[in-house]
Design a protein around this ligand. Sequence first.
Ligand code: NAD
Length: 285
Amino acid sequence: MNRESILLGLIGEDISLSRTPAMHEAEGLAHGAATVYRRLDTRTERLREKTLAELLEAARATGYNGLNITHPYKQTVLPLLDHVSEQAAQLGSVNTVVISAEGRTTGYNTDVTGFARGLEEGLADATMTEVVQVGAGGVGNAVAYSLVTHGVERLYVADLDPGRAHSLAEEINAAVGREAVRGVDAVGIEEIISRADGVVNATPMGMPAHPGTAFDTSCLMPRHWVGDVVYMPLETRLLAEARAVGCRTLDGTGMAIHQAVDAFRLFTGLEPDAERMRTTFLSLS
Ligand code: NAD
């Protein structure tokens, strides 16, 4: 590709607060490439009538080097692509599309690799035999796949909507070919957490619009590790309470930064500087 310039975009709904464009633009610039990363928000007047297929085709025809894909298109984009990585195909979810100079599209999932990298950085050598995940939405899907493909033997998933927890378990078990995930009731989840090694919050709980925690943190003991996907704010009530107990914790920045780091590498073939991308990310707080 022409590394004097890089053209990227994000397709999704309500993406005005995404920090991903700034991370890519700053990183591309640091590599000496004029970099433009556009938000293609299908809730806006300009794009409301466009289909995902039309947007993909327009990006291909206008020479985009790649696209990030977010809610609600991570699943529906798969059949529109020329090729999908084995991991993304197994999960049935794509958040990164690389467009070659010839216009061929290849889908990847860097939410999965990004969460795993954050886990390696923040919780290296933590025991991961039994883990509880609360939240089985879009992010929960990638987090669960990441956990069971990176050492977790048994993952219990709970959601306010029990149907979501059960279908996520079915999907991930089918993807990894073993009974690694079990959907369980959100009510009484504290009892399972008290026996587990760690717990991950994959719900919006902890954000200003969703104050509080998704479970009663009095079940936490110092031996637990606690992860949160929420990064606005960085220190959620869950993480503050877990730290007060003496738990090791992992905030949502690792996943948010490393999904972009991994995507930048795929888009450009250049080696991103993860610390520099972290600095850009944190400068937007
Ligand atoms: P989503 O709406 O698709 O899924 C959230 C799920 O949590 C839903 O299934 C909901 O039923 C469940 N839930 C909500 N409150 C609950 C509770 N108290 N107990 C049990 N289940 C509960 O949302 P999503 O796209 O998965 O995003 C979840 C959060 O992840 C976002 O709010 C955002 O803060 C964060 N996020 C982080 C990153 C990152 O890179 N770190 C990226 C995107 C989003």
